[in-house]
Structures are given as structure tokens and as C-alpha cells.
Design a protein around this ligand. Structure first.
Ligand code: SF4
Length: 211
């Protein structure tokens, strides 16, 4: 069970995932933004996993967050939960499938899909992305996926099959690195395949280069 694995990982000392930190408390567990580690008296207190879903939806300005890995979660809140099952479900609202994907990757049952394979499946208006050059693709991924402002996922795929993502800064593809730069014992949020936002950005690149 994933929740049992989560309990084991917590026992091993993991206490972060993306921008979140979680801690055991006298009543169960707390989740909060890492920057609210010492929460102020004004921090809003929530007690439902459904609150996690709402908090994860919008950034501090109230704008919808289409990319769950984006480092723009709002601050100033804490969620109190009573069971490890609730903790697991709340973490999933913030970072969907992160723990399950990481465990499956480690177990060898989930595998990265290279960018060429993802692009080769594109049809219609996205078909043009198949023509992106290696250099264009590498530059694009470096910009669209950068951890300091765009996405906290750890990239495990390369441009081509059997090629590691060695064009990236080493930290971006190392699951042991906390992508927030906080050097915490953070669980990775793996990216096993390019997302729709990156494919759309590849299309924009191709349109620009042909105009
Ligand atoms: S491709 Fe992966 S790392 Fe890049 S923005 Fe999409 S989800 Fe994040």
C-alpha cells in the first residue's frame, strides 16, 4: 500500500514534497508551505483533505495553477490531518501521483518516455513538433522546465531513447536533489514524460522558426 510506503519514508526522515513540508503532530500530521515552517499566528488552519484540493488550485494572486509542479503555491496556511491515509491523499491533491510514480519507478514498473517518442505521437496542430531539432528541444526544456520558476519535477527522460537527460543541470535530473533549493529530505516529484505544456511550447518554437 502506498500509504504504508509513505509511513516508511517518513520514518526514514523524508519531510518534504515539492513546496510542501509535512510533520507528525500530537493529533496526526501537519502540511504547510516550506516557507511557513514557523507558522505565524495569522496562518489559516484547515482540517480537511478537500481544503488541500482548493489550496493547490490557485496561486497567491488567485490565478489558476495549470501546472501542479509550478513553484507558486500560496503561503500562510496549515492543514491538520489525523491519519497517514489523509496525509497521502492531501499530498496527491498538491502533487498528483508523485509518491506512486516514484515508488513505481524505483520498482521498475514505470519507465521514462523520451521526448522523441512523445512528439512522435502528436497529431493535428502539434504534429509539427516532431521536427524540432535536438538543440531546440534542449534549449526549450531548459527554459520551460526550470525549477527556480517553472516546474519542480525531476526530469528522468532524455531527448532520445537510451540517452539520459544529460543536457540539463545535473540537479534537475537527480531525484536526491530538493528542487526548491532548500536541501531538505524531499520526496521527488518525477517527470516520466513531457507534459502538454512542454509539447505546446515546442509547437510555438516550431512556428516561430518557420516564420
Ligand atoms: S515536462 Fe515535466 S518537468 Fe517540464 S514542465 Fe512539464 S511536467 Fe514539468
Amino acid at each position: 500500500m502506498i500509504r504504508d510506503e509513505l509511513a516508511r519514508l517518513i520514518e526514514e526522515g523524508y519531510n518534504g514534497l515539492g513546496e510542501l513540508e509535512f510533520a507528525e503532530s500530537s493529533n496526526g500530521y501537519l502540511i504547510y508551505h516550506w516557507a511557513d515552517r514557523n507558522p505565524s499566528a495569522e496562518a489559516r488552519v484547515y482540517r480537511s483533505i478537500e481544503d488541500a484540493r482548493q489550496i493547490a488550485k490557485y496561486d497567491a494572486n488567485g490565478a489558476y495553477r495549470p501546472l501542479k509542479g509550478a513553484p507558486n503555491l500560496p503561503r500562510g496556511w496549515v492543514i491538520e490531518l489525523t491519519t497517514i491515509d489523509e496525509l497521502k491523499r492531501a499530498l496527491d491533491y498538491f502533487y498528483p501521483g508523485a509518491i506512486a510514480t516514484w515508488l513505481a519507478y524505483q520498482a521498475g514498473t514505470a519507465h521514462p518516455v523520451c521526448l522523441r517518442q512523445t512528439l512522435s505521437r502528436q497529431t493535428g496542430m502539434y504534429r509539427v513538433t516532431r521536427k524540432i531539432s535536438d538543440k531546440q528541444a534542449e534549449d526549450l526544456v531548459k527554459e520551460v522546465c526550470r525549477s527556480d520558476s517553472r516546474c519542480l519535477r525531476t526530469i528522468l527522460w532524455g531527448i532520445d531513447d537510451h540517452r539520459p537527460p544529460d543536457f540539463l543541470p545535473r540537479s534537475k535530473s537527480d531525484p536526491n536533489v530538493d528542487q526548491t533549493g532548500q536541501n531538505r529530505a524531499a520526496l521527488p516529484f518525477p517527470c516520466l514524460e513531457a507534459c502538454n505544456l512542454l509539447v505546446a511550447a515546442a509547437r510555438t518554437t516550431m512556428k516561430k522558426s518557420s516564420s
